[in-house]
Write a protein that binds this ligand. Structure first.
Ligand SMILES: C[S@@+](CC[C@H](N)C(=O)[O-])C[C@H]1O[C@@H](n2cnc3c(N)ncnc32)[C@H](O)[C@@H]1O
Ligand code: SF4
Length: 264
């Protein structure tokens, strides 16, 4: 059974113009479930052994009241909720999240502004002393790979963990040497603060890069259930009470696009 249950609670986003690579745009959209529908998931998730629940979307902070209510329900069931956000909105999180991760790439920065993003990250850090603060750094192109050390230097004081993610759908063809030259020196300095996803593990020619989806299951805003965000759905959840049965049928498939991250 997966220990990580990722919920995409809305397809909507706060950015005036969406990131062109966003996987929510690529998904075939059907009707979004009301946020209330997600509220019964935490109790069942506890029964199937879930330990962490990353909450995202779309942009999950668009509806702060319901987001926080859902996060509190996960806490009540001894599951750690995490949040992934573009960092545009400030919401009061009351230390509910285990990790708050801010996404960083040129598209978001051009809309939000670096100054605003930094101010907002500092706000979340100041008001959530028990929460780890992460940066999801997306490798969009070779430039973004070579700018990674500069970005880490810039954010070093306000970010605890750096999650380096490979662009899915249209990945850039780096050589494993390109990646090694940038990542290994950083990893040596940063110790256990840099994490990379499966596609990067693959580029680093690691033996154990694919988790067969065993650590992660995703429920989309329309009830579609998949392994990681980029895998094909293996079912649709209509009644939340069916989650236990669906999780038991969870097919372990090799998927090289898993966003699940491990230390470099
Ligand atoms: C879809 S977003 C949802 C949360 C929030 N709106 C945000 O941007 O952080 C979740 C994460 O997936 C990343 N992402 C979106 N599309 C992707 C893609 N095609 N390949 C790799 N990562 C992607 C985003 O950069 C972000 O870090
Ligand atoms: S900010 Fe997040 S949800 Fe919005 S378009 Fe970009 S990746 Fe997608």
């Amino acid at each position: 059974m997966p220990s990580v249950l990722s919920l995409h609670i809305t397809p909507d986003c706060s950015l005036p113009k969406r990131c062109p690579f966003c996987y929510e745009l690529a998904a075939k959209h059907s009707k979004a479930k009301p946020l209330q529908w997600f509220m019964d998931i935490p109790t069942i998730a506890r029964d199937i052994g879930v330990e962490q629940a990353p909450l995202g979307g779309g942009e999950a902070t668009l509806n702060p009241k319901q987001l926080l209510c859902l996060a509190a329900k996960f806490r009540d069931n001894d599951i750690i909720p995490n949040l992934t956000t573009n960092g545009m909105n400030r919401i009061k999180c009351n230390n509910l999240f285990g990790i708050i991760s801010f996404s960083f790439d040129k598209y978001k920065i051009s809309k939000i502004g670096l100054r605003n993003l930094v101010k907002n990250i500092k706000y979340y850090k100041r008001t959530n002393k028990e929460t780890k603060i992460g940066l999801n750094y997306l490798l969009l192109d070779k430039d973004s790979l070579y700018h990674l050390p500069k970005a880490i230097g810039f954010f070093n004081d306000i970010i605890d963990n750096f999650y380096v993610l490979h662009l899915k759908n249209n990945p850039v063809d780096y050589s494993s040497n390109d990646i090694r030259h940038v990542l290994y020196p950083l990893a040596a300095i940063m110790k256990d603060r840099i994490f990379v996803d499966d596609s990067i593990q693959l580029l680093l020619k690691r033996k154990e890069y694919c988790h067969f989806g065993s650590e992660m299951m995703t429920i989309d805003f329309d009830g579609a259930i998949r392994g990681c965000s980029f895998a094909e759905p293996f079912g649709y959840l209509d009644k939340v009470s069916d989650l236990k049965d669906l999780a038991a049928k969870y097919p372990l498939q090799r998927c090289y696009k898993c966003p699940y991250t491990k230390n470099v």
